[in-house]
Design a protein around this ligand. Structure first.
Ligand SMILES: [Zn+2]
Length: 328
């Protein structure tokens, strides 16, 4: 898989541009509040950089990176419900990459979830996908998984309807404020949501409450320990306010899920794209780039060496694409 397959450069840049404009509109007249580390609650943190007027702090204790001071939750809700960039994502960006993403992201994701579940001996029960979007993951996982039922939690009206049209039972609410499905799930999945949420602890507690005793949550998101984030830092396109607020470390994620009441937490980084993302940055910005000399040398290596390097990142919790497997 290559970055350009799932995130064509022009579309991605246009999306980032629109996001910047939206952010100026929605967040300029509201009060921003400081927060402590959203992973480990430490008060020991300092500002690392400001990007597009959004300051980001680094936690000294767990090394997570987080946006602070932060606009209030209701401003984010307004931003997601109806903004030019969200509409662009839903109507222009996603439809163009939907089928590529089904093949390159959602089908392998379903396989991975399935093998985690069979490893854990989970063969029946209900799976709830939180932030189900267009329901593509549910379609793929229901093809391969032996579980009995597949449901969605999706707060966006149009996306919830898309999931319903595909035949899934949908709770059209924000996870944190819904109690209807508490303790009904044997498996929770939640992909690429945690970097967006206003209060990660509250959110992960919400995931925990959905699980029946012994259930498992499988969550993925962007981690700060990843190679592309560490190398590109504030230049990283993944650090895109106001969408991506939380880049938690492996250590921080473990603490966060334990604080939210999970009994056992495992963090994996199965990402494929770190080196490709950094190389694309280099191609786009050439000699002006801030890349260390060693990283530039990596680009001259052949595909096998590059694959080996990416494998090293995966195996040592150094990819930014992070999975958390947590047992209730
Ligand atoms: Zn921390």
């Amino acid at each position: 898989m290559k970055e350009n397959d799932i995130r064509p450069r022009e579309l991605h840049n246009r999306y980032l541009e629109l996001s910047k404009k939206d952010a100026d509109k929605v967040f300029s007249n509201v009060e921003w509040a400081e927060l402590h580390c959203p992973a480990c609650s430490s008060e020991n943190h300092h500002e690392s950089f400001v990007k597009d007027n959004f300051p980001y702090h680094e936690c000294i204790d767990c090394e997570s990176l987080f946006q602070s001071p932060r606009p209030p939750q209701n401003a984010f809700e307004a931003f997601y419900v109806d903004s030019e960039s969200s509409n662009f994502w839903a109507t222009e960006f996603f439809p163009k990459v939907a089928e590529v993403r089904r093949e390159k992201i959602f089908a392998p994701r379903a396989q991975r979830v399935n093998s985690i579940l069979s490893e854990k001996g989970l063969k029946n029960g209900t799976l709830i996908d939180v932030g189900a979007g267009y329901g593509v993951f549910l379609e793929e996982v229901s093809k391969v998984s032996p579980l009995d039922s597949f449901k969605a939690i999706e707060p966006s009206k149009s996306l919830a309807q898309t999931c319903r049209d595909k035949g899934y039972d949908v709770l059209e609410e924000v996870l944190e404020s819904s109690e209807a499905w508490h303790e009904t799930a044997n498996v929770i999945t939640c992909f690429e949501v945690i970097e967006h949420v206003h209060d990660p602890l509250y959110f992960v507690q919400g995931l925990r409450k959905l699980l029946a005793p012994g259930g498992i949550a499988i969550v993925s998101g962007l981690g700060v320990d990843g190679f592309d984030i560490q190398v590109l830092w504030e230049q990283s396109k993944a650090i895109s306010p106001p969408h991506h607020l939380n880049f938690l470390s492996v250590k921080g994620l473990e603490k966060l899920f334990l604080s939210a009441g999970f009994k056992k937490v495992e963090v994996q980084t199965p990402g494929e794209l770190d080196l490709d993302i950094v190389e694309n940055y280099f191609k786009e910005f050439g000699d002006n780039s801030v890349l260390p000399r060693f990283v530039k040398k990596l680009f001259n290596k052949g595909p096998e060496a590059k694959a080996n390097f990416q494998k090293f990142l995966k195996d040592n919790q150094f990819s930014s694409h992070t999975w958390i497997i947590a047992k209730a």
